[in-house]
Design a protein around this ligand. Structure first.
Ligand SMILES: [Cu+2]
Length: 364
């Protein structure tokens, strides 16, 4: 499959004690087994009003100014936004190309949503999503996507930097996707939009050591990589998959999940970094749509798919040579330090039950 370069040595998992979660401004939390009364709505980015888009961007910028709860655990965490980057970097080796890929990211987004609300995001609205299929019609449509708008979006591409996977020309670049992304078109730091000049000490990959200089947010747009794996036909093919185990394997490692990462991140971009990709705020819109795709698939046969969990416990161990499969009882946690929350897979199988209470404005 040529996916071996996605794997690396296992990073050290930071074990922290589970602490009570502070009350979040979420809607009614339902008892297990019942659906919640008033789910908030996750909408496509371009279906938000101009004012809502400004409010969302303002909430993300606010998170970048609020103190991080993980700083006591990991000193390079500078703010609340980086709490999510930090936990993702530390957990990457245990939550990708495994059964809990979908439940983990569902929980990560639910917690991110609470942090957005703490920063002024509309309580009736959840984490917006980026429906890639709306931008796979043509390269022009992709480049002009409202997602990349410089005032009401997340800004655009980086300047072009030459190189390929075998011969990267960017100093400090250590890993890329499992192919050369020949359609890549950027690679430089993001210089326009509300996140121009954004930087972090995280990365590349699982690096969490303080360094002299911040690493900038990079984008390396690769339209063909998006279109080939996240077109409407690809999504419908995924929707027709029979079991969660097969669905997880195909979509996590081969179809729309890597497509969104590579389409924005190309070779050098932040979004292509398996560990540090949440350093690009677009990550959360991409993963909201990944979650929407899982829910769309679940809704094809909810009674069965609400309980369908499998997939390896160990990264890429789809043949179960190293361990077993995830079950409804498998624990899932996010957050370092006092923001840590832990639930079971069973609590994350329905988006209006247990700790979850949201809906999508439309499904695949
Ligand atoms: Cu991830």
């Amino acid at each position: 499959m040529g996916l071996s370069s996605w794997t690396t040595a296992l990073g050290a998992l930071v074990a922290t004690a589970a602490l009570p979660v502070t009350a979040a401004p979420s809607p009614t939390v339902s008892a297990r087994g019942e659906t919640c009364a008033r789910p908030y709505v996750r909408k496509e980015w371009r279906h938000l009003s101009d004012g809502q888009r400004q409010q969302y961007i303002g909430a993300v910028q606010c998170m970048m100014k609020e103190p991080g709860t993980a700083t006591a655990t990991l000193s390079i965490v500078r703010n609340r936004f980086e709490d999510f980057l930090a936990t993702h970097v530390k957990q990457t080796d245990f939550v990708h190309f495994v059964g809990i890929f979908y439940p983990y990211h569902r929980l990560l987004l639910a917690e991110y949503e609470k942090a957005l609300w703490d920063c002024g995001w509309d309580h009736a609205l959840g984490q917006p999503f980026w429906d890639w299929t709306l931008d796979t019609g043509s390269k022009e449509a992709f480049l002009n996507s409202p997602i990349f708008d410089t005032t009401l979006g997340f800004g655009g591409n980086g300047a072009y930097i030459p190189g390929n996977l075998s011969h990267p020309e960017l100093p400090g670049f250590t890993v890329g996707p499992p192919n050369d992304i020949p359609d890549r078109s950027g690679g430089g730091c993001v210089v326009d939009g509300p996140f121009a000049g954004l930087g972090t000490y995280f990365g590349p990959q699982n690096n969490t050591e303080p360094k002299a200089a911040l690493r900038c947010l990079r984008r390396d747009f690769s339209y063909d990589s998006l279109r080939e794996r996240a077109s409407p036909a690809q999504i419908q093919a995924a929707m027709a998959i029979d079991t969660y185990g097969n669905f997880e394997f195909v979509t996590d490692s081969q179809s729309y999940h890597p497509a969104g990462h590579w389409g924005v991140g190309g070779l050098y971009g932040t979004m292509t970094d398996t560990y540090a990709s949440p350093g690009d705020p677009i990550f959360f819109l991409h993963h909201s749509n990944v979650d929407r795709a899982w829910w769309s698939w679940q809704m094809r046969d909810l009674a069965a798919h609400e309980k369908d969990m499998s997939g390896p416990l160990v990264m890429f161990d789809y043949a179960n040579k190293l361990g077993g499969n995830a079950t409804l009882e498998t624990p899932v946690w996010v957050g370092l330090g006092e923001s840590r929350v832990e639930v079971k897979v069973a609590d994350l199988m329905h988006i209006q039950k247990g700790p979850l209470c949201y809906t999508y404005e439309s499904l695949y």
